[in-house]
Design a protein around this ligand. Structure first.
Ligand code: HEM
Length: 422
């Protein structure tokens, strides 16, 4: 009989954390606070010291409703909590900050390369990459899982998608870290809430890394114009949006979005997955005994890790939810990490359950046009790393403390020392 972890987290954190504070996440997600809010005040208003305040949507079915209703909850004013004026929003706009039908036209530019069917045709080359990465890491018995495995595979995959050469891989990782880690002093000299970043307010993530990425994106664009390849950069340069090519700014922002979205999210998801399994070794054994559970295990890794913790929308009209009056213009954050642990969305949500019949989690968003573009690719990368690891070793054990990212946006593990049990 399986003995799946009844509570996959040993520690749910404090129940009185300030969920807006990036510091509240440096010991891990304060799940107890989210659980309390779900029970006491599921549509919760937070005043911001340096912002307009925002609503938190904490329950699964409410988050689904917001995600689906793109007319009432627009993405156009921004998808993170930060307030932007119109000039900033226009300069930093990507398809993430568009509503249909504009969004649909831009998404069509790249959608084909990321469908389930297309991604499945890449399985063998991705497996090969995963095998190489895992073999290299296993040359020693003790290593940092994040640096040696979880960072490597998404980095190499992103390089292949973009068609950039391997020598740029490290740079893509550092840029991705600087963007999604723009609140962590380890990843940037300009953490947005700690120093003045006003001079970077017109570029993505208010990050100086975006300026370097723009320069690199333009170099890559001129290479592809001279010599098109079968890659995403070449696709983006085709005049596909109503026959009109993207402007340089649109292209740069698109490129930056892929660098930000395609690296750290997958890295942190596989790291959380291995962390949970290391703390509950029976999970390795169950998976080994029943390899047919692998796809479900990956979904459970995605749900329990919920690396992208929230996405914001802005109300376009007054609307009442659970008795709360949301006004037109209010910021509304869907907390995917909370929705994915909602007792009304999932039985026993703190149980890591590879036998879950339904697992319609929101790790990639859900039911809306913005459902993660890279979802099938990310799923495959996570699965292949697990499969390639389990072919070669019995399991991994913790070998020291882990470090969390300082961020209320991304649930990241920056370091995870592991020991191999052959
Ligand atoms: C496990 C890894 C990943 C997670 C947890 C994740 C999560 C998300 C989430 C929550 C959204 C927003 C959904 C919404 O607003 O409803 C999103 C959007 C997006 N993701 Fe991912 N993502 C991951 C991997 C990737 C990868 C590998 C890529 C690309 C190579 C990618 C590219 C994108 C893009 C371009 C969007 C914007 C889509 C749109 O606006 O239409 N993601 N992702």
């Amino acid at each position: 009989m399986s003995t799946y972890a009844d509570n996959y987290l040993a520690n749910l954190g404090p129940d009185d954390a300030d969920i807006t504070s990036h510091d509240a996440y440096i010991d891990g997600v304060p799940h107890a606070t989210f659980a309390r809010l779900r029970a006491e005040d599921p549509i919760h208003w937070t005043e911001e010291a340096d912002g307009t305040g925002f609503w938190s949507i904490l329950k699964y079915h409410d988050a689904l409703a917001v995600s689906r209703d793109v007319a009432t909850f627009t993405s156009e004013k921004g998808i993170r909590l930060e307030d932007m004026d119109e000039e900033e929003a226009a300069a930093r706009k990507t398809m993430m900050e568009m509503d249909p039908p504009e969004h649909t036209r831009y998404r069509r530019l790249v959608n084909k390369g990321f469908t389930r069917r297309t991604v499945e045709t890449f399985e063998e080359p991705i497996r090969q990459l995963a095998a190489e990465v895992v073999e290299k890491a296993l040359q020693t018995d003790e290593f940092d899982f994040v640096h040696d495995i979880a960072e490597e595979l998404p980095m190499r995959m992103l390089g292949r998608l973009l068609g950039t050469s391997d020598e740029h891989g490290r740079q893509l990782v550092d840029w991705g870290d600087a963007l999604l880690g723009n609140t962590d002093p380890e990843f940037t000299d300009f953490p947005v809430d700690l120093v003045d970043t006003d001079e970077f307010r017109m570029v993505p993530f208010r990050s100086p890394a975006s300026i370097e990425i723009f320069r690199f994106a333009q170099e890559q664009a001129s290479d592809r114009r001279a010599c098109p390849k079968d890659d995403i950069i070449s696709q983006l340069l085709e005049p596909a949006v109503d026959g009109v090519p993207l402007t340089d700014l649109e292209f740069n922002n698109f490129f930056t979005l892929l660098v930000a979205a395609g690296n750290d999210t997958t890295r942190y998801t596989m790291t959380h997955g291995v962390w949970n399994m290391m703390n509950h070794p029976e999970l390795w054994h169950t998976l080994r005994a029943r390899p047919e559970l692998m796809d479900k295990a990956v979904e459970e890794v995605l749900r329990t890790s919920s690396v992208t913790m929230h996405f914001r929308r802005t109300a376009t009209a007054d609307i009442e939810m659970r008795g709360k009056q949301i006004k037109a213009g209010d910021k509304v954050a869907m907390w995917f990490n909370s929705a994915n642990h909602d007792e009304d969305g999932f039985d026993n949500p703190f149980r890591f359950d590879m036998d879950r019949e339904r697992n319609d989690h929101m790790a990639f968003g859900r039911n809306g046009p913005h459902l993660c573009l890279g979802a099938w690719l990310a799923r495959m990368e996570v699965r292949l790393v697990f499969e390639e690891l389990m072919k070669r070793i019995d399991h991994l054990e913790p070998n020291g403390e882990i470090d969390h990212l300082r961020s209320n946006f991304i649930a990241g593990i920056k370091r995870m020392p592991v020991k191999v049990v052959a």
